[in-house]
Design a protein around this ligand. Structure first.
Ligand SMILES: C[S@@+](CC[C@H](N)C(=O)[O-])C[C@H]1O[C@@H](n2cnc3c(N)ncnc32)[C@H](O)[C@@H]1O
Length: 141
């Protein structure tokens, strides 16, 4: 989450939908003292559709999915970029994603987790490049 640029983009896109909700999960970087900056770019008028869970993914994802009744339309993964962090979170998020939903993961070049994730499931995917970073996108059929 950090400053919340991606949350801001998603919230702007759902701002006219009363029944849409975004839950962001963020465990601030230890010893960075960045707590007060988490989500700072999200304007007040966009916060009605938003909830921020300040916990590690391992608790936060479960909590967020419970709040959505176990079903989500969109997932943007940009937190724990380690191989094991992704291998924990990707399947849980993917299983919760409804048909027609979109799975997005940032910085897939960090390790082989995204590659393995799509290969094992034989998923069609797209990759976009932003500066020197790569973003993986999977549409759930
Ligand atoms: C690259 S930043 C996300 C930037 C965000 N997408 C934005 O647009 O501002 C990664 C964030 O994930 C958080 N994070 C890292 N590991 C995490 C974990 N295991 N659980 C929850 N948050 C984590 C970091 O504290 C950091 O705030």
């Amino acid at each position: 989450m950090a400053y919340g640029w991606s949350s801001l983009a998603i919230l702007a896109s759902i701002s006219d939908k009363n029944d849409a909700k975004l839950i962001s999960i963020d465990m601030p970087y230890p010893k960075m003292n960045n707590e007060e900056f988490v989500g700072i770019v999200v304007m007040d008028f966009l916060r009605d559709n938003w909830e921020l869970i300040r916990e590690p993914d391992r608790n936060g994802i479960k909590k967020a999915l419970r709040k959505f009744g176990g079903v989500i339309d969109l997932c943007h993964y940009d937190s724990d970029k380690s191989y094991y962090g992704r291998m924990y979170a990707y399947p849980i998020l993917w299983n919760a994603l409804k048909k027609g939903g979109v799975f997005i993961s940032d910085d897939i070049e960090d390790n082989m987790a995204f590659k393995e994730f799509v290969e094992i499931r034989n998923l069609n995917f797209a990759v976009t490049k932003s500066e020197n970073k790569y973003i993986g996108i999977v549409y759930k059929k």
